[in-house]
Design a protein around this ligand. Structure first.
Ligand code: AR6
Length: 176
């Protein structure tokens, strides 16, 4: 069940030595708080400049989709900006589908750009309030399913920031 290319750590995604880091962005692509704020702060203004160009060209990024920019000053060459859903009890199934789409579309974009190593934050589980256990199940299943059909990605790193998420991912993926 567990793919040996999938790893979990607790830490700051802006510090990771991978080809691409994924950002939990919003549809405006203009930055925000949480991991989005941390990535823009650490990566510098080149990231926002490219986000603005994408926004001018295609009007932002829909929920469940992803766009790619430079990594600016980050160790990572690219940032993949994925937009997860805002949690709503009234449309839980829809939110689950959109969260899976955000992970899958990030991986598709990674493969298209020759990315071999990629780090994900726990999309939607902060400001967007997606329940953490369900979000972990969706993230792990979507990524594991994708990897069964892919042999170019060599590492997928889940970078958990808070203790709750780290505990949930360790439970599901074993010790790290
Ligand atoms: N490295 C890794 N993970 C982090 C970091 C970090 N430096 N900082 C926070 N997290 P959130 P969302 C974790 O709120 O729920 C923004 O304003 C955090 O513990 O960043 O998808 C955007 O612009 C949590 O587990 O993203 C959107 O408007 C996870 O990152 C909105 O928030 C995601 O929390 C997106 O909300």
């Amino acid at each position: 069940m567990k793919d040996s290319r999938v790893e979990v750590i607790q830490g700051d995604i802006t510090k990771q030595q991978v080809n691409a880091v994924v950002n939990a962005a919003n549809s405006s692509l203009l930055g925000g708080g949480g991991v989005d704020g941390a990535i823009h702060r650490a990566g510098g203004k080149a990231i926002l400049e490219e986000c603005i160009k994408i926004r001018d060209r295609q009007g932002g990024c829909n929920t469940g989709e992803a766009v790619i920019t430079t990594g600016g000053n980050l160790p990572a060459k690219y940032v993949i900006h994925a937009v997860g859903p805002v949690w709503s009890n009234n449309s839980a199934d829809k939110a689950a589908t959109l969260l899976a789409n955000a992970y899958r579309n990030s991986l598709k974009l990674a493969v298209k750009n020759g990315v071999k190593t990629i780090a994900f934050p726990n999309i939607s589980t902060g400001i967007y309030h997606f329940p953490k256990p369900q979000a972990a199940d969706i993230a792990i299943k979507t990524i594991t399913d994708f990897l069964t059909e892919n042999n170019t990605i060599t590492k997928v790193l889940f970078v958990c920031f808070d203790d709750d998420n780290y505990g949930l991912y360790q439970q599901r993926l074993g010790g790290s």
